[in-house]
Design a protein around this ligand. Structure first.
Ligand code: NAP
Length: 306
């Protein structure tokens, strides 16, 4: 049986460590502060932001949520970010994506002070990642590195294949694995013979947003498979095809009307992989934990004045 890489347990460990670091900073008179800007009223973004604020409260980070209306202009949002850049008590600034289509999201991300860029998405921090210099790293890939490290999965010298090349997940994931001395291949929608390339992987990371696309024939027996995908499947025929050999999951679907499915086929991976992250309960929980780590690291750096 494949080992299940439990993201919830690792998240709890990391948050416990975070709490100690926050207490240490607070004792030195320097409570870390995170400000989240949530533009408009997108329901999914509201849930993500609520969970981020809740995590801050749990570990003692001072959080602030700013909720400008969806009608805000790019210039007004830039002015808001500039004001936060100047505020001493704000360590981390997070602009929740996606922004409404009329807003120039790239300009807004570029306006965040790279020192306060908790999501690690500023081009300067992307450069810091590529050149392996200190700086905030994108939360989801750095959470995956924690899953591998804390489960004792060796990375050095191994073949890693990352499917997906987004700035948020795929590219930073590949560089983090490279810096730990894996041999990297990055795949995307134009990759020829995706199953064949994936089968070379000792560590396979799927980050495409395509439900259950990675089936058994993509997986080298015994490989470690990391599933970043979070796709809500609400089509019953699709769910029936994915869970043909798992009637209890299909019954679950019938009860709820939808199910969360990763980019990796949930039944095949359990049969072929050596270890894998489940969906839900694998990668997802780590993203917010690493946001807390980034906020604390920025506060510690600013406290030290370097
Ligand atoms: P994205 O920006 O849409 O990027 C998707 C990438 O997958 C692109 O590079 C695309 O290739 C590639 N791709 C799409 N279809 C493909 C196919 N059939 N074969 C090979 N490659 C394909 O998505 P993202 O932001 O990186 O997110 C990816 C997934 O992770 C989504 O399901 C998202 O919801 C999830 N996610 C989860 C968390 C979490 O905390 N668990 C965090 C972030 C994202 P091209 O570049 O050629 O178009």
């Amino acid at each position: 049986m494949a080992q299940i890489l439990d993201g919830i347990r690792i998240r709890d460990q990391i948050l416990k460590e975070c709490k100690v670091r926050v207490e240490r900073l607070a004792a030195a008179g320097r409570v870390p502060g995170l400000t989240v800007i949530l533009v408009g009223d997108d329901p999914a973004s509201q849930i993500y932001v609520r969970n981020k604020i809740k995590a801050c409260e749990e570990i003692g980070i001072r959080s602030q949520k700013l909720t400008p209306p969806a009608t805000i202009t790019t210039e007004e949002l830039l002015a808001l970010v500039a004001d936060l850049n100047r505020q001493e008590a704000v360590d981390g600034i997070l602009v929740q994506m996606p922004l409404p289509p009329h807003i120039d999201a790239k300009r807004v991300l570029l306006a965040v002070d790279p020192e306060k860029d908790v999501d690690g998405l500023h081009p300067l921090n992307a450069g810091n990642l590529v050149t392996n210099r200190p700086g905030p790293r994108p939360c989801t890939p750095s959470g995956i590195m924690q899953i591998l490290k804390r489960h004792g999965i060796p990375v050095s010298g191994r073949r890693a294949v990352v499917v997906g090349r987004s700035d948020l997940v795929g590219k930073p994931m590949a560089f983090l694995l490279l810096h730990e001395h894996a041999t990297i291949t990055i795949c995307h929608s134009k990759t020829v013979d995706l199953p064949g390339v994936c089968r070379e992987a000792d560590i396979l990371v799927a980050a495409m947003g395509r439900p259950a696309l990675i089936t058994g024939d993509f997986i080298k027996p015994g490989a470690t498979v990391i599933d970043v995908g979070t796709n809500r499947v609400s089509d019953r025929d699709r769910a029936a095809a994915i869970f043909a050999r798992k009637p209890e999951k299909l019954a679950d679907f019938d009860k709820r009307g939808s199910l969360l499915v990763g980019d990796v086929h949930p039944v095949d991976v359990a049969e072929r992989a050596g270890a894998y992250t489940p969906v839900p309960g694998g990668v997802g929980p780590l993203t917010i934990a690493m946001l807390m780590v980034n906020t604390i690291e920025i506060a510690e750096r600013r406290h030290r004045g370097c």
